[in-house]
Design a protein around this ligand. Structure first.
Ligand SMILES: Cc1cc2nc3c(=O)[nH]c(=O)nc-3n(C[C@H](O)[C@H](O)[C@H](O)COP(=O)(O)OP(=O)(O)OC[C@H]3O[C@@H](n4cnc5c(N)ncnc54)[C@H](O)[C@@H]3O)c2cc1C
Length: 440
């Protein structure tokens, strides 16, 4: 093996790539691992602390989740909690706060009552809080709200606000400690392309070529582009959905989510204290589709065009998505948010569902913050694919990670670690006892 060879190459040092690096370094005997990122620091795109909602999703306050989906995401979130609470230095990466989902109006209150009945076994700490209780524990959601409007919350004390950028750095630091000398970190190194070669892959980068026996691509929206350049995932296209935030002086003690529309995951407005600044709360996401793959980076529009690969299947998918009444109304509302004056007024009206006394003057658009969710379109099925997408081919895995991709980072890493072990056919193994001791 030359110095430029490795057993596993991980492309992308966001929370997905660094979590996998951590698992491989800590729980397997893989000999040499390389990790690449085009930026000089880890987690500068979706996992950056300002670019997402900073929520560890358990499925208790996310009303778009069924009991089955919530049970899965609870396991994944629990792995992150175990990591955060046991790893020295990781305490800087999170805050533990109360959290709730707030129902406003009779229909939503009825929905939450029913939800509590079916979810309380899975989440024993989730309790119903009525108007009087809310006035005590989260007064800003009650003040100024007409008493004729019924409200109810499902609340838990086990909410986690997470700085996924710091978590990524912590994964990298811990991986380096676990496998000293066994990891090559190529930050500030763009991967130009990945080619199939004898015995694995050739990773062509701005810093030179690296041969890898197996590759995991954790490059956000770019994962699909790399997959398609190798002839994989051609049935998929992508709609990049920007999620922006408004900021205001903080009046909240914890996270306040609202009832989600099941077909629009994570589109419902929520408000939460900012992990980076206790004096600030963030309202978001304000969503709209944009032809770019990284927030505020118009150079990526060209890559989006490559990814789009327009054909009749895509056209039919876009028509099907836009004529769906729920999605269509959402797209129209998002466009209205862009109209000067009208947009701001509509946004304030939406924000008052959470804090009735919020004033337009208190809200300022969060410039330079917010991210892009790479929502995958399945052209064959003519629909948006909800949640993460994974493409597994011969010795290579591609991860495409819209919400709640950061929450599931360690569960996803476990899955990729086990798939890699299958690729290697017994050459390397997982230290199951060590893994179970930490996450079992
Ligand atoms: C508005 C918004 C709110 C969200 N809120 C939440 C939330 O509250 N909770 C939650 O769990 N999830 C949330 N998500 C989703 C979450 O942020 C992502 O799923 C997660 O951060 C994805 O991590 P990643 O490592 O896969 O991608 P990224 O963090 O984007 O990392 C990909 C990395 O690949 C690198 N890369 C790309 N191309 C190349 C190349 N050619 N060469 C080298 N490197 C490359 C990039 O530089 C980047 O560092 C939110 C997303 C958005 C947009």
């Amino acid at each position: 093996m030359s110095a430029q060879d490795c057993d596993v190459a991980v492309i992308g040092a966001g929370v997905t790539g660094t979590a996998l690096l951590y698992d491989l370094a800590k729980y397997t005997d893989v000999g040499r691992i390389a990790i690449f990122d085009k930026y000089p620091q880890v987690a500068q795109v979706s996992s950056r602390s300002t670019n997402n909602s900073q929520t560890l999703h358990f499925g208790d306050i996310e009303t778009n989740y069924s009991v089955e989906k919530a049970a899965q995401v609870k396991v994944a979130a629990g792995m992150v909690v175990r990591y955060l609470e046991k790893t020295p230095g990781a305490e800087d990466a999170f805050l533990k706060r109360q959290k709730m989902v707030l129902a406003v109006g009779e229909k939503e209150v009825g929905e939450l009552e029913a939800r509590h009945a079916s979810f309380r076994r899975l989440f024993p700490g989730l309790r119903k809080v009525d108007r009087a209780g809310l006035a005590e524990c989260e007064p800003a959601v009650v003040e100024g709200r007409p008493s004729s409007v019924p409200i109810l919350a499902l609340m838990s004390d086990d909410g986690y606000i997470v700085n996924f950028e710091k978590l990524s750095q912590s994964f990298l630091d811990e991986a380096l400690k676990a496998k000293p000398g066994g990891i090559d970190v190529w930050l500030g190194t763009a991967v130009d392309r990945v080619e199939k070669s004898e015995g694995g892959y050739l990773v062509r980068t701005s810093g030179g070529d690296v041969r890898a026996a197996a590759v995991v691509v954790a490059a956000g929206a770019y994962s699909l582009l790399m997959a398609q350049s190798l002839g994989c995932g051609l049935e998929y296209s992508m709609i990049p959905v920007v999620g922006n935030f408004y900021l205001a002086p903080n009046r909240l003690r914890g996270k306040v989510y609202t009832v989600q529309e099941k077909r629009l995951p994570f589109a419902a407005l929520h408000a939460d204290p900012d992990i980076n600044d206790a004096a600030v709360m963030r309202f978001g996401p304000v969503s709209k589709a944009m032809p770019i793959l990284e927030p505020r980076n118009w150079k990526t529009a060209f890559d989006f065009m490559k990814l789009l690969r327009p054909d009749f299947d895509l056209l039919r998918s876009v028509i099907a998505i836009n004529t769906d009444p729920v999605l269509g109304c959402f797209i129209l509302e998002s466009l209205l948010h862009e109209v000067p004056f009208v947009g701001r007024r509509r946004f304030v009206a939406a924000a008052r569902k959470i804090i009735p006394t919020i004033k337009a003057e208190e809200l300022r658009f969060g410039r330079g913050i917010g991210g892009i969710r790479p929502q995958v379109v399945n052209k064959k099925e003519r629909k948006l694919q909800m949640g993460e997408a994974k493409i597994v081919a011969d010795g290579i895995i591609f991860n495409i990670t819209p919400s709640p991709g950061a929450t599931v980072c360690l569960k996803n890493a476990e899955e990729d670690m086990r798939t890699l072990m299958r690729f290697f056919g017994g050459r390397f193994r997982v230290d199951e006892a060590a893994f179970a001791a930490d996450f079992g």
